[in-house]
Design a protein. Sequence first.
Length: 163
Amino acid sequence: MSSNNFLGIILIGTFLFSCKQAAENNQAIDSSDQQELVFPKGEKVTNNNFIGDVWVHMQVSADSVNQNSVGTVTFDPGARSNWHSHPNGQIIMALDGEGYYQEKGSAKKIIYKGDVVKCPANTPHWHGASADKEFIQVAITSRINGPTEWLEAVTEEEYLNEN
């Protein structure tokens, strides 16, 4: 075998090995980009208390011993709750994505993974996903003193307002 042929075989082998490594690296990157959910997505909400596609998975339902409910809520981009309030407030913990939170009379806040919002008692507020990103939250709500009071829908103007 001539040295040119041998060199060609070595170059082709190196090229093929490099392509295989690149493909394996890309596959590893692709699989790490896939979101791993901490909790199941849950059931699609079909009531009129939300705009857009929303799913809820209840981890804990309130009972006589522990009167707190804990649920994961997944909002598709643009989806949101109506205005509502809780007699004992609510805690929202952002798990993933980009969301909005707003109390009546205050500016809308952008919330991200790791943010925690403490909603005051009897304060009308709404929360949901940003216009172009999904938002996943854990909602902790005390059921002492009554249920959530659902109010009117958040208008497009309110949702899109920067203040």
